[in-house]
Design a protein around this ligand. Structure first.
Ligand SMILES: *Cc1c(COP(=O)(O)O)cnc(C)c1O
Length: 365
């Protein structure tokens, strides 16, 4: 069986260094908010090209805390509208509603699956205060156009970079385009911890400081609480693991691009639509998502050939029980995408024979 993503095999490459990193943390006797977190935050801020990185417990908290901090700073208030792609993973929308803000769902670009600047501009009202582009499947949204619209209408921009560590446009990385960005280090993400972990990036001093306090019971200083905060911190253990894995991220991205290029060059079955992209460099290929009208048949066929595949995502957020207020709305592009997409294996440890086997199988479908 060709696995979709063999996490064990991927982490095996770094076993020695990971064990050393974990051992150092155990031996330090210091497990929360110490040298490992500080060093990882500095390393990841430098990597993204931003002034600040603040480690938090997971990617959803990263997005939630950014908007919570904007509320504390008076930049957002209850009921303000946040424009977000209708086809995103639900976490982007949960972070909006958790803050009593109103998500305004927008149809994506049908080829890149990313936020469409033209559609976005049409939805701006007097209540719109922010845009939340998602760099879906590892490909950057059209940030130059989105920033132009945001600047013109004086809107905040929060990038959801959970799938796009290291992606860039014109040399500017994901996490360094908007006012702030949320990252996830969930084990299956391109930069994955061995458990839950996340971070925010920003070059805004006040925002970084506020988020740091909010994630630590609302406290800047021990036993002095200025906000009704939460506990959402990156632990020393996960930070130490992430420091090891950050060193190899560029190499992992190269492997993913190699695989994506093989798929793009090799697959020529007219029944299968390849993902649209500006250039193969703009994406870090978190997922390789193809489309076909015969999605369920293709998935079964691949299973018969011992090739794993997954659907990202089977149901759009507006059809979920969690959001009855959206259930009656229709988003035809989004719904069509959800009916047709299929993600094929994207595992940096795959060898050329496995990639060719997958290409041949797709072409024979
Ligand atoms: C994974 C993911 C999140 C949430 O990250 P967690 O660390 O799992 O909380 C948010 N947005 C997108 C687009 C994601 O893929």
């Amino acid at each position: 069986m060709i696995k979709f993503l063999d996490l064990k095999k991927n982490n095996e490459k770094y076993r020695k260094e990971l064990i050393q990193a974990v051992t150092n943390v155990i031996d330090s006797g210091w497990y929360i908010q110490g040298v490992e977190v500080k060093a990882f935050e500095q390393g990841f801020a430098l990597y993204c090209g931003v002034k600040h990185c603040v480690g938090v417990a997971n990617g959803l908290d990263a997005l939630t805390l950014i908007m919570r901090a904007w509320k504390e700073l008076g930049k957002l208030k209850d009921g303000d509208e946040v424009i977000v792609p209708a086809n995103t993973y639900i976490a982007s929308i949960l972070a909006i509603t958790e803050n009593n803000l109103t998500p305004v769902l927008v149809e994506p670009d049908p080829s890149t699956y990313n936020l469409c600047p033209k559609q976005t501009e049409k939805l701006i009202t007097r209540k719109t205060r922010a845009i939340l582009p998602v760099h879906l499947y590892g490909q950057m949204a059209d940030m130059p156009s989105i920033m132009e619209i945001a600047n013109h209408h004086n809107l905040l921009v929060l990038e959801d970079s959970a799938q796009a560590h290291g992606a860039s446009i014109n040399g500017i990385k994901a996490g360094n385009w908007g006012d702030a960005s949320g990252f996830s280090f969930y084990p299956g993400k391109n930069l994955g911890a061995l458990g839950d972990a996340g971070a925010i990036t920003t070059s805004d001093d006040e925002l970084a400081q506020t988020i740091r306090a909010l994630g630590n019971y609302g406290s800047h200083k021990k036993y002095e609480n200025i906000y009704q905060g939460v506990n959402s911190r990156l632990d020393e253990m996960q930070a130490a693991i992430l420091r090891v894995k950050l060193k190899y991220l560029e190499g992992e991205i190269m492997s993913r691009r190699f695989i994506a290029n093989k798929y793009i060059e090799g697959v020529n079955n007219p029944k299968i639509k390849l993902p649209g992209y500006f250039s193969t460099e703009i994406s870090v290929w978190h997922l390789f998502v193809i489309r076909t009208k015969e999605r369920n048949a293709l998935s079964k066929y691949l299973e018969g050939k011992k090739i794993a595949s997954l659907i990202h995502y089977p149901f759009p957020p507006h059809k979920q029980k969690a959001y009855p207020e959206f259930n009656k709305e229709t988003f035809p592009i989004t719904e069509k995408i959800h009916d047709e997409v299929l993600s094929i294996p994207m595992d940096p440890t795959m060898n050329e024979n496995e990639i060719s086997y997958i290409v041949d199988a797709l072409n024979a479908f």
